[in-house]
Write a protein that binds this ligand. Structure first.
Ligand SMILES: Cc1cc2nc3c(=O)[nH]c(=O)nc-3n(C[C@H](O)[C@H](O)[C@H](O)COP(=O)(O)O)c2cc1C
Length: 321
């Protein structure tokens, strides 16, 4: 039994499994491996650094002949960066966190599928209104960035499905295995977009120590916070926070985040600790599904495993007892 959905039909991929466009983690090699495995690999292009785009999109385009795509952070990307990416002929372009309207015309002209990741009902309404081809409903269990006042995946996904009508919806946030993909389909989604799980793969760009921390981590070790964005001087708008594993500077500022903006000492102390090697160069972004991450396989093998397990779960559920 293959899991054919409105999403797999639209994109022409065998499995309803999408690699989240994780900035810094999902490079061309990981995206290509996911696509070769039968999912849709999305390169995490963040705000669209030209050097990163040229390097990673060359890698993905030359390592798979299957559909692949690229994802941008709407609040920081430029039209130039989107057009630069389109020159590599992605099959899909994903925009997260904000209004992607200013970037849609060239994507539409290229024929690529427009995917919009949303974190609230208002964002979902906007995505429907601008004619997104696919909507990703991200719950607050997700690793990495999301809404400061986000929604849980279980109730949020069906609410977006109801709102989206015929537009296929992907579930995101807390999905790391076949059971999660089966649950997403049961909620009415046409597939799942998965981030944290794919960081612990052979092709991921994350530091191997971070990948090991994800394998070792538990969901309750993760915290959604704005602290680490502020102390590291990140440009993320404050309406978005990120879910990370624990961190010394998080402990230091727990419950006192409002004292941080403009606090140059806090920022300097973070930089000093980084320079001294006391803290890693970047926070470890990870979602509540880290409990389910127990190994570091190749990404293609992982896609096949998740697809197979999702099919088995669904098959078992419809068997007479
Ligand atoms: C390390 C990491 C980096 C991420 N970077 C981005 C990003 O640059 N752009 C984006 O749209 N989403 C990003 N996300 C969020 C994902 O798109 C997705 O919503 C999330 O990973 C799904 O939840 P999960 O981690 O539980 O699978 C990131 C997530 C992680 C874990």
């Amino acid at each position: 039994m293959a899991l054919s959905t409105a999403f797999t039909d639209l994109l022409g991929v065998p499995h309803p499994i999408v690699l989240a466009p994780m900035g810094g983690s999902a490079g061309g090699a990981l995206a290509a491996a996911v696509s070769r495995g039968g999912g849709l690999g999305l390169v995490g292009a963040g705000t669209g650094d030209p050097g990163w785009l040229d390097r990673e999109l060359t890698i993905v385009a030359s390592n798979t002949d299957q559909p692949w795509g690229v994802g941008f952070l709407t609040w920081g990307v430029t039209l130039d960066a989107v057009e630069r990416a389109l020159a590599y002929r992605p099959r899909a372009v994903l925009f997260s966190f904000g209004d992607p309207s200013p970037f849609l015309a060239p994507v539409r002209r290229s024929g690529a599928t427009v995917i919009v990741q949303v974190t609230t009902i208002d964002e979902a309404r906007l995505a429907v209104g601008i004619g997104a081809d696919v909507i990703v409903a991200q719950g607050t269990e997700a690793g990495g960035h999301g809404a400061r006042h986000g929604r849980s995946t279980l109730p949020f996904v069906p609410a977006v499905v109801d709102l989206a009508g015929p537009v296929p919806v992907l579930a995101a946030g807390g999905i790391a295995d076949g059971r999660g993909v089966a649950a997403a389909l049961a909620l009415g989604a046409a597939g799942a977009l998965i981030g944290t799980r794919f960081q612990a793969t052979v092709e991921s760009l994350v530091d191997p120590r971070a990948a090991q921390a994800i394998v070792d981590g538990r969901g309750e070790d993760t915290v959604r916070n704005g602290v680490l964005d502020i102390v590291r001087g990140s440009a993320w708008p404050s309406r978005y926070t990120s879910r990370t594993l624990g961190h010394p500077h998080l402990d230091r500022w727990r419950g006192r985040e409002d004292e941080l903006p403009g606090n140059t000492e806090a920022r300097q102390s973070y930089e000093d600790d980084k320079a001294a090697g006391v803290i890693p160069a970047l926070p470890i972004w990870a979602g509540e599904a880290v409990d389910l991450v127990t190994d570091r396989p190749s990404a293609a093998e992982l896609v096949a495993r998740i697809a197979h397990d999702a099919e088995s779960v669904l098959h078992r559920l419809v068997q007479p007892r």
